[in-house]
Structures are given as C-alpha cells and as structure tokens.
Design a protein around this ligand. Structure first.
Ligand code: GDP
Ligand code: IMO
Ligand code: MG
Length: 436
C-alpha cells in the first residue's frame, strides 16, 4: 500500500517527465494528479524524443497502468493530437490509459477566456500558456465545470449552456470587433474539439479514486506525477504569477482521492540552476551573458509554447520553502551537465530585504528582494558520459554536498543529460524504494 509523489520544486520544467520514465519500472501505476496541457514533459530514449502534455510519463515502460486523475483538466482536441501521435509512433496506449470521470474538460471558450483575461491584465499579465487552464479551473471552483463523466450523458445541452455563459463573459471583456473575431475563432475550433470528444469517448473512463484505492488494497504501488512546480502552486507559489492548481504534494491527495496517510516518498525535482517561463518575480534571474549561456547550453525553450525560459542561479531560499510545504524526502537533481563549463557556480543562500538578511521565504518576492550568494568553484569537466558517481569530479561532489547540507535532504539521483540512460543513482545501498 504505497503512494509516492514526484513533483517540481521550482517554476516547472525541472525534468519531471524524464524522472517519471526512469522510475516507472519500480511502480505498478503512474498517475497525473493536476494541471493539464500547460505541461510539457520531455522524455528521451533510443534516440527518440517525446513531449507529453496530458498523458502520464509512464506510458512508455511496459504494461504499467497510467491514470489521468480527477484533479487534471483535459482538452479533448489536444488529447487526441497527443494520443494519436503516440499511437502512430508505435506506442499503444488504449489498454494502458484510464481517465477519471472527475477530470474537468477544457472547452474552446476557456481558451478564448484565457486570452481575454490576459489581454485585460495588460502589463501585469501572467504569461499563461494560453491553454485555458485558469478559466477551466475557475469553472470547477465556481461549480460550473463540465467533467469527463458528463460525456456519458446529455453532453450537448451542458456544452451549449456553458458556451453561452462563456460568450456572455467574453462580451464583457472585449470590443465588438474582438468579440466578433472570437466568435469566428470559436466556430473554427469547435469541430476539432468535438472530434476530440468523440475520440476521447473511445477510451476507458473510470472512477479514479475507487480504482487507485482498490489497486492499493491489492498491494500495488502508485507513482503520482506532478505538473508545473511548487513556485507555481495556486496557494503557495508566487501568487498571482502562478498556475490555477495545487502543484504541491497535497494536490496528489485531492487530485487522485488518496488519503494523506498513504503517501510515502516525496521526490523533489530540481534543476542544478533555475528557470522560469512567463511573468512574475524571479530573484536569482540573470539578465546578462551568464543567463544567456545557461539558456543556450540548457536549451531553455518551452516544450509547449517555445518561449525562451528565463534563467538564473539555484535559489535555496525558495527550495527550502518548497521542501517544507511538500515534505520532500528525496531530491533529484537534473541538468547538472549544463553547468559543466562554468568557472564559478553561485547559489542563493539568503535574501536581503530592506537591508536585512533572511533565509525564510517571504510573503512576496518583489523587486526589493536581493539574492545573497555563496560561490563555489565549477568542475569544468563533462559529466554527460559518466555512469557512476565514482567518476564525479571533486568540485561536483562538493556542489552536491553543499546543497545537501543547505537543504537537509539527500540528492538521490543526479541527471547528466536528457537521455533515460544519463541518470546516476546515489546512496544505492539504502535502496531507493522498497519495491525496487
Ligand atoms: P518537465 O516539464 O519537468 O518534464 O521538464 P521539460 O521536459 O519541460 O524540460 C526539461 C528539459 O531538459 C527537456 O528538454 C529534457 O529533455 C531536458 N533534460 C532533462 N534532464 C536533463 C539533463 O540532465 N541534462 C540536460 N542537458 N537536459 C536534460
Ligand atoms: P511543466 O509541467 C513551466 C506557467 C506559465 C505561466 C503560469 C500560468 O512542463 O513543468 P497557465 O497556462 O498554467 O495558466 O500559466 O504557469 N506554466 C509553466 N511553466 N512549466 C510548466 O509545466 C508550466 N505550466 C504553466 O508559463 O507563467
Ligand atoms: Mg515542461
């Protein structure tokens, strides 16, 4: 009876998809618990690269059951495109994928509302992925949402009612001309969306909470796959520059219907540095050549929107906070190889706010927050072909020890490249999980 949770501790894109794929052989079930097609989880193996948005990253490894949980928001048109591409590339998923009836649907009008809300915010826009995430979750919370389970009933009536409500909202947000354009866009996208609905109906819908708890009772193990990152959490992230779901560990309980007492390990995924895409504060952001270098070497461009990711040094103040709210038991450090050529590596150990230093993450991180850095010598050696920690250069080991001391959590896995194989486990003698 065990449920482990894997989630991002920064602003997303930490490399969650790769780690879920690596850990999948150790579990029976992989379940996405929140978010939607705003996520872009990249996996690389056997020379192929895949980007998953709504489908769990356990889909490639054997006959594991993959579940899209009730906390997820699903766009049928994007789901169809993603699933068809997987099937076309020789990866069958029908048998391996179950979808919770409680997952909410993203309607075409949610995408229009997302764009209109952003436009209305002007300069203070969030910089969303434009996938309708905020409006879909807004409908859920205001008790107006449509769910996957509704596709089994008189869906057309429910859809029309929701659509009318959304159009009335859009009319209030837009000029006459823009509204006419939005209606035109809706007419164009609706057909594709309903094709997606028909396709989605061919998959197995389940009462996810019953299914997962039954499997747990049978002794099966579950890995919960988070999307986005802790600093994008609706409650504990850098509000209002956040996504609209609970990306923290507690979101796995609400998103899948599992009790908190079932949670075992909590894997916190971090990059060896830090990135953020979209608007909002980022205390360690580098607006200089070093930032450009991190972006270039790390290929820091969004998997979903192609946007350039903002880059900076690792932020231990934010990470300590993320570890606290999630109860992280194991850290997994990604993209270590990206720092291979840096002479000096910096890590933010405290914030200076109004002339005072603090190690506690504050209520808000505005421009008044200045990072205080520790500097460490770089290893200036390529890590990407290494296969065991015995090969690690001393400076890299020092960086790992420094982070472990500061964060008080062991770094169990180090990733040295995007491929599945470029993954090095540490503390192997402890056994990462009981069911290895
Ligand atoms: P996710 O959203 O957390 O799954 O992360 P993304 O897939 O959006 O972004 C992570 C990017 O880094 C992807 O392009 C991965 O292929 C790549 N990646 C993952 N681990 C490593 C690594 O250790 N080194 C390098 N160089 N790239 C990595
Ligand atoms: P993965 O799972 C990075 C960001 C957007 C924006 C904010 C709100 O791949 O790590 P939304 O469309 O969710 O309303 O946008 O959240 N964002 C992400 N940033 N990785 C993601 O997912 C993200 N999903 C949303 O850029 O700032
Ligand atoms: Mg991503």
């Amino acid at each position: 009876m065990k449920v482990d949770v894997l989630l991002g501790l920064q602003w997303g894109d930490e490399g969650k998809g790769k780690v879920v794929d690596v850990l999948t052989p150790r579990y029976d079930v992989i379940a996405r618990f929140q978010g939607g097609p705003n996520a872009g989880h990249t996996l690389e193996f056997e020379g192929q690269k895949y980007v998953l948005r709504s489908i769990p990253s356990g889909i490639f490894q054997g006959d594991k059951l993959n579940v899209i949980g009730g906390g997820v928001v699903l766009d049928p048109a994007l789901f169809k495109a993603e699933a068809e591409a997987l099937e076309a590339s020789g990866h069958p998923l029908r048998e391996r994928l179950h979808i919770s009836r409680k997952a909410h649907l993203i309607l075409p009008t949610h995408r229009l509302l997302d764009a209109a809300n952003e436009a209305a915010k002007g300069k203070s826009k969030v910089g969303t992925t434009g996938k309708g995430i905020g409006p879909a979750y807004t409908d859920k919370v205001s008790r107006n949402g449509l769910r996957v389970g509704d596709l089994e009933g008189d869906f057309d009536t429910l859809y029309r009612q929701a659509c009318e409500r959304h159009l009335a909202m859009l009319r209030g947000l837009m000029t006459e001309t823009d509204f006419a354009q939005a209606q035109e866009k809706l007419a164009q996208t609706e057909k594709e969306w309903f094709d997606g609905v028909d396709y989605l109906r061919t998959f197995t819908f389940v009462d996810g909470e019953h299914e997962i708890n039954r499997l747990l009772k049978e002794g099966k193990s579950v890995l919960c796959e988070g999307a986005q990152g802790t600093m994008l959490d609706i409650d504990y992230g850098s509000y209002p520059f956040v996504t609209s779901s609970n990306t923290v560990c507690a979101g796995a309980c609400t998103g899948l219907g599992v009790a908190p007492s079932r949670i075992g390990r909590v894997y916190g995924i971090i990059k060896a540095y830090c990135t953020r895409v979209g608007g909002g504060p980022f205390p360690t952001e580098l607006m200089d050549e070093t930032g450009d270098k991190l972006c270039a070497i790390g290929h820091e461009f969004g998997a979903v929107t192609g946007r350039r990711r903002r880059c900076g040094w690792i932020d231990l103040v934010a990470l300590r906070y993320a570890i606290m709210v999630n109860g992280v038991t194991d850290l997994i450090m990604m993209k270590s190889d990206v720092l291979d050529t840096f002479e000096t590596i910096k890590a933010c150990v405290a914030y200076e706010i109004d002339g005072k230093e603090t190690e506690l993450f504050p209520y808000s991180i505005n421009e008044g927050v200045k990072p205080v850095y520790a500097e460490l010598p770089g290893w200036q050696t390529s890590l990407s072909k290494m296969t065991s920690e015995d090969e690690f250069p001393e400076e890299f080991n020092n960086y790992l020890s420094f982070l472990e001391e500061e964060l008080e959590v062991p770094i169990r896995i180090v990733s040295v490249g995007p491929d599945r194989e470029q993954t090095i486990e540490r503390y192997v003698e402890d056994g990462l999980t009981e069911n290895v």
